[in-house]
Design a protein around this ligand. Structure first.
Ligand SMILES: Nc1ncnc2c1ncn2[C@@H]1O[C@H](COP(=O)(O)OP(=O)(O)OP(=O)(O)O)[C@@H](O)[C@H]1O
Length: 348
């Protein structure tokens, strides 16, 4: 029978790193577990400590406090070749003097020498570069180099792959297709991975679990759906997309809000701050006598319309609303704004 909760592959235990005594900690008390086959995204703004965390996991940086355990053993006690960690940085780091095949063969020490070329070709096939095996890295596009770097890392059969902003210098279309391919590849190989990114769409679409970092701390981890729909703090709510923050007076599952009585997703009493995403509000044209807001602006986005509307005499006075493509209201139009999902209570 399968073990329902196998020991995690990776455990971060209250990891802390301060580069200089006079600086704030780059990473503070970061703890999480990662299970075999899982993909985690570490998401946060520039300078929040994502790369430092990744470097400590790889054993490139020594923590001031806390530990990184791989199958229960501290990463720093393991010789680099026993860590079985593969790292893909944004600058690819392919060897410029080796063709793709030799680049991929480079890390395959675990494969008998006679079989390496054949296995390397299989990896190149898997990333869609079979016909490029004899090409040199500078004869490839950025996206192809990225996939080649990934093939080289995966060919070494690491237990854990660390990806540091690996798609950041690809153009928008290539970025999207490469991230879909890379995710499929990792899932097919059953490889455990951590992606570092400041791009919320990338984190939400790529990972099984997202950890949001702020100023060195991990402030929330959960499935992409949970961190997006049930943010715990205003920072997480706003970093993951647009939202409206409403001061409310809660009584159980109901609250008095600036938009009238609303439902809450959890019970509370007293003053609370509530997040309602633009898609959790609805907007419709209304006679002025029944309106509770006025359109400030409409941004047409093809599949939908993004509105800014203002209400009179409430705080906040401005709301963001996502409306269907066929809800077209001009600036200045009176309208009715209604919450259509329960509000999410924030704790900070
Ligand atoms: N080698 C270093 N020496 C001193 N301070 C450093 C060093 N590396 C990083 N820092 C500082 O540590 C903090 C966290 O940096 P880190 O690179 O981990 O953040 P990040 O979230 O990966 O940022 P980015 O998205 O911009 O790469 C920052 O304040 C940074 O200036």
């Amino acid at each position: 029978m399968q073990n329902a909760d196998p020991a995690p592959l990776l455990q971060l235990q209250q990891l802390t790193k301060r580069y200089r005594a006079e600086d704030a900690a780059a990473v503070q008390d970061v703890s999480f577990d990662l299970h075999e086959g899982e993909i985690l995204a570490l998401l946060g703004p520039s300078g929040c400590g994502k790369t430092t965390t990744l470097r400590m996991i790889a054993g490139f940086e020594t923590p001031d406090a806390g530990d990184v355990l791989i199958h229960g053993r501290s990463v720093l006690e393991l010789a680099p070749r026993d860590r079985h960690i593969g790292v893909v940085f944004q600058d690819y780091a392919l060897f410029p003097h080796l063709n793709l095949l030799r680049n991929v063969m480079f890390g395959m020490q675990q494969v008998p020498r006679a079989q390496r070329a054949e296995r390397a070709r299989e990896w190149l096939q898997l990333v869609g570069l079979a016909t490029f095996a004899e090409r040199m890295p500078d004869e490839l596009s950025g996206g192809q180099q990225q996939r080649a770097a990934l093939a080289r890392t995966l060919a070494a059969e690491p237990r854990l792959v660390l990806l540091d902003e690996p798609f950041s210098n690809l153009d928008a279309a290539l970025r999207e297709s490469t991230r879909i391919e890379v995710r499929q590849l990792l899932k097919k190989a059953g490889t455990t991975a951590i992606l570092v990114t400041h791009d919320q769409a990338e984190a939400l679409s790529f990972a099984d679990r997202v950890g949001v970092m702020q100023a060195g701390r991990l402030c929330q981890t959960g499935t992409p759906e949970t961190v997006y729909h049930v943010p715990e703090t205003a920072f997480v709510a706003e970093f993951l997309g647009h939202t409206n923050l409403l001061p409310c007076l809660a009584q159980g599952r109901q609250a008095q809000s600036p938009l009238g009585e609303i439902n809450l997703s959890t019970e509370a009493q007293g003053e609370v701050m509530v997040s309602l995403r633009p898609e959790h509000l609805s907007l419709e044209a209304s006679p002025a006598s029944d309106a509770n807001c006025e359109v400030i602006s409409r941004e047409f986005r093809g599949h939908d319309n993004f509105y800014r509307v203002q209400t009179a005499g409430t705080t906040p006075a401005e709301y963001k609303v996502l409306a269907p493509y066929d809800c077209v209201l001009p600036a200045g139009a009176p309208a009715r704004l209604t919450p259509r999902q329960p509000g999410v209570i924030l704790r900070g």
